[in-house]
Design a protein around this ligand. Structure first.
Ligand SMILES: [Zn+2]
Length: 94
């Protein structure tokens, strides 16, 4: 999904980053860092933003696929919601 287009924003901005969970518009408090070794360099980290409610959901989703690496507080971080794109979606099926 495209967060920026869905919100009608002309430009990405650091203000009020939102949860990456589909359908969730809550403000993000966490950045969930993950890596798919099949398509990413080992040192690369993809970032999903998460609200308090969905942090655990996203961690569990990624952990089940062995993609989860770490979760860090979003405050003060260099968050970039634009990193979330179709090619970033882990496979839906096990
Ligand atoms: Zn959420």
């Amino acid at each position: 999904m495209d967060l920026l287009n869905s919100l009608g924003r002309a430009e990405p901005g650091p203000q009020s980053p939102e949860c990456s969970r589909k359908g969730c518009r809550n403000a993000a408090d966490w950045q969930v860092l993950w890596n798919n070794p099949k398509i990413h360099d080992p040192d690369r980290r993809k970032v999903w933003l998460a609200c308090d409610e969905h942090r655990g959901w996203l961690e569990n989703f990624l952990a089940q696929r062995l993609f989860w690496r770490s979760t860090e507080p979003l405050a003060g971080a260099d968050a970039d919601p634009g990193t979330v794109g179709p090619d970033d979606e882990p496979p839906v099926h096990p």
